[in-house]
Write a protein that binds this ligand. Structure first.
Ligand code: 5AD
Ligand code: SF4
Length: 479
């Protein structure tokens, strides 16, 4: 294949939006005869970067590779196929991946038959793909977030024809149902409810890499959850860039509230959802969360900034006052609800006063935790070319100040759990200590605890003995 025949990404194209409802593709996935069993006797190593949407995509990639008779491996050195499913949200996420690909050169030299593939949000970026083509000859295959269904064919071309293969569609996107899936966990599952994003926050690359906002049908989502219940899953997390906007493209009234209620009614032990946008959070949804005990009392509500001028330039569509009003309402209606948030410091020309407004909101809301970031300019987004006179040192200093505040409130909330007995869904042995188990409370607090005869997926009672800022220690309460 010659270079000009590649399907390359285009930011211009990715920016477009039409009013049409997204097509639902149910029969698109197929394994052409020549691709059958191309993975037989071959091992793949899949590394996922970034958010839950990417984790879920990786489960689809794994599902397809399993259908092609590949075997999964967690040893990169023995893999015949290495896939990096990448994240583009900030530059440091990308730098990490470029470093990783650089290091793979050695493996490729030792094994010229090795296939190295790059997928995910970075593959949707024009600049990244051009850089990969020009400077990273070890990469054999690049495919985008809209091209996963076509992996058998793309892999076949890369493997058999020994050509570099690039297929990245910059389209608004379809909804792919019935793609194979190998779930990584057996007790909690990610369930996509909507893809893409139409919010176009001025700093964010996601609307370009993942296409327009498009919702799956309620019946498809609910039947997926029912099946998960049948398979013994204890928890589902409903995924969308803006779950609160769910169903708007389907012209559903109160789409997310209706969906959430239907999912709660399946009887699954725990329902979570991610991510909420303050702009679309309606009263109906709040009432449903408050009504069903199996909807977890935990809301991730990105603030980004507490300053109205910055929020306006971010195109967030709410003011500080709107955010606080919503926060108060959620807190009043949902009993013992935990709140986390995302905050960006150092947005172009963020003044000291503007930063202080953000700190004021943190002081008011006293979040259980916050994910904090220094603004990272993303090529193709409006904020990329905004004038910025704030130095890197000032931004770093603001991040430290904010993080100290966040840790203080996190500890305050966690301290309140000391001495209490909480329900924990067990994830397994703790990463650091094999004699210790770990899992999450309903409020999404990480608990490390001692105990006997504990299995992954158990819902157990744990007495909290000690609180740290970002985790709790405890002991199993024997029944
Ligand atoms: N720079 C820094 N942080 C960003 N985020 C998104 N885009 C950027 C960027 N360009 C953060 C936001 C978002 C979270 C997932 O990542 O806070 O909520
Ligand atoms: Fe990005 Fe804003 Fe969409 Fe979230 S809502 S994915 S921050 S554009």
């Amino acid at each position: 294949m010659k270079k000009n025949e590649y399907e390359l990404p285009s930011i211009e194209q990715a920016r477009k939006r039409d009013k049409n409802r997204a097509a639902i593709e149910r029969g698109l996935f197929e394994i052409p005869d020549e691709c059958r069993n191309i993975g037989y006797g071959r091992k793949y190593y899949l590394r996922t970067y970034g958010c839950q949407a990417n984790q879920r995509d990786s489960e689809t990639i794994a599902g397809i590779l399993d259908e092609l008779a590949y075997t999964a491996s967690d040893n990169i050195n023995e893999a015949d196929l290495i896939l990096l499913n990448t994240c583009a949200i900030r530059k440091n996420a990308e730098d990490k991946v470029f470093g990783e690909i650089g290091a793979l050169k050695k493996l490729k030299r030792e094994n010229p038959d090795l296939i190295i593939a790059v997928s995910g949000c970075m593959a949707q970026e024009e600049g990244v793909v051009n850089k990969l083509l020009a400077q990273y000859p070890q990469v054999d295959l690049i495919f985008g977030t809209h091209n996963i269904y076509n992996l058998p064919k793309l892999l076949f071309e890369a493997l058999m024809a020994k050509e570099k293969v690039v297929e990245v569609f910059s389209k608004q996107g379809e909804i792919y149902e019935s793609l194979p899936t190998t779930r990584f966990l057996k007790h909690k599952a990610w369930v996509n409810i909507a893809y893409g994003c139409d919010k176009f926050c001025t700093y964010c690359i996601v609307p370009y890499t993942r296409g327009k906002e498009r919702s799956r049908l309620v019946e498809d989502i609910v039947s997926e959850v029912r099946q998960l219940v049948d398979e013994g899953y204890k928890e589902v997390c409903l995924l969308g860039q803006n779950v609160n906007a769910y169903g708007r493209d389907l012209k559903l009234e109160n789409g997310f509230a209706t969906l959430l209620e239907e999912v709660a009614k399946t009887g699954i032990d725990r329902v979570r959802f991610m991510t909420s946008h303050p702009w679309n959070f309606d009263d109906e949804t709040i009432d449903v969360i408050a009504k069903y005990p199996n909807i977890m009392p935990y809301i991730h509500l990105p603030l980004q900034s507490g300053n109205d001028e910055i929020l306006r330039r971010m195109n967030r569509r709410y003011t500080k006052e709107d955010y606080l009003k919503l926060f108060d309402k959620l807190k009043a209606k949902i009993k013992n609800c935990a709140f986390t948030t995302d905050i960006i410091v150092g947005f172009p020309n963020e003044s000291d006063e503007a930063f202080k407004d953000t700190l004021d909101v943190v002081d008011y809301c006293k979040f259980d935790n916050a994910f904090t970031f220094i603004f990272s300019p993303r090529e193709g987004t409006p904020a990329y070319s905004m004038e910025d006179s704030i130095s890197a040192e000032v931004k770093e200093e603001r991040l430290q100040i904010l993080n100290a505040k966040v840790a203080e409130y996190a500890l305050m909330h966690n301290k309140a759990f000391e001495g209490q007995v909480v329900e924990v869904l067990v994830d397994g042995e703790s990463k650091r200590n094999k004699k210790v188990y770990s899992g999450y409370t309903k409020e999404n607090k990480l608990v490390n605890f001692t105990g006997k005869n504990v299995n992954v997926g158990d819902l157990v009672n744990v007495k909290i003995t000690k609180a740290m800022s970002f985790s709790l220690n405890g002991e199993l309460v024997e029944e």
